[in-house]
Ligand binder design. Structure first.
Ligand SMILES: [Zn+2]
Length: 289
């Protein structure tokens, strides 16, 4: 089971550390991603899991969208407060040479795109924030987004370890709170640099507390929570049929006369839903009622 651990460092620094290997393995088994597509999807899913812990209420939903300009045009992941995460990548077969020792994905994503963070608090309109990418490595881009769009300094490191196959995935998010002391500010700045070795420590079987303490040698670390996260899709025949009905009755009639049936695939989990002619006729009747 994948987990997110939360901690408070000193009095004013919050840390979320994610060990997301199982979650990412589930995604890889559904989407059959190439090496570089796996890394990109993993970073997006892990970031989404971490950001989900910043949600406040049970019904809140967070969506992270990475828009690229090269082989990978879209990566989208979404989570609710309870740690159910799902996501997809538009190109599962990106083949830009990927070296697992450098883990660079920016060539596959390309510069000139955006990161978008959508928070749905159940109000009339969701809160949508967007910023351009500075590195196309996803972690630096999200940190940049928080600093410039939400005036929230943020350090974020995401990654995987791949041997024959994916053996470890995770990430760490550090955010100072407003009343930071000078020594906490210095410690935060140091930690922001030090987290570049995060994946070595995570794969090296250090505990969450040991890893966080190693980045803040001078400050007390208080572990405050441990949360399960998993790749789970909430699609259903009912949900997909309602999505299909949004095309409208004329379009449905067209599908009935041309194809006599319809097949829709859930982007998140690749489940295929089949609708017969009778199903489609029922939808038209429901729309006419
Ligand atoms: Zn699904």
């Amino acid at each position: 089971m994948s987990k997110i651990y939360s901690a408070i460092v000193g009095d004013n620094i919050r840390v979320y550390l994610g060990e997301t290997t199982d979650l990412v393995k589930t995604a890889v088994s559904m989407h059959h991603t190439s090496a570089v597509s796996t890394e990109a999807l993993s970073r997006t899913l892990t970031a989404t899991s971490l950001l989900g812990k910043l949600l406040k209420n049970k019904q809140d939903i967070l969506t992270l969208k990475v828009t690229g300009t090269n082989q990978i045009k879209t990566i989208l992941a979404t989570t609710n407060y309870s740690g159910h995460v799902k996501g997809y990548i538009s190109n599962v077969n990106a083949d830009i040479p990927y070296r697992s020792n450098t883990n660079k994905i920016s060539d596959a994503i390309g510069l000139g795109g955006n990161v978008t963070i959508i928070r749905d608090f159940g109000l009339k309109e969701p809160y949508v924030g967007i910023s351009h990418m500075i590195s196309a490595e996803i972690d630096d881009d999200i940190a940049f987004y928080f600093k410039h769009s939400e005036q929230q300094p943020t350090a974020l490191k995401l990654g995987t370890v791949v041997e024959e196959e994916l053996v470890c995935a995770g990430g760490i998010l550090i955010q100072p709170m407003p009343d930071l002391s000078a020594s906490e500010k210095a410690a935060y700045d140091n930690a922001s640099e030090a987290i570049s070795d995060f994946m070595d420590r995570l794969y090296g079987k250090q505990t969450a507390e040991e890893i966080i303490q190693s980045y803040f040698p001078e400050l007390p670390v208080m572990m405050t929570g441990e949360f399960d996260v998993a790749f789970t899709c909430d699609c259903s025949e009912d949900r997909i049929s309602r999505a299909l009905m949004t095309v409208g009755k004329e379009e449905l009639k067209e599908i009935i006369s041309v194809d006599q049936q319809a097949e829709l695939k859930c982007h998140f989990c690749n489940t295929v839903y089949h609708f017969t002619k009778k199903d489609l006729e029922d939808m038209v009747r429901a729309l006419e009622a």
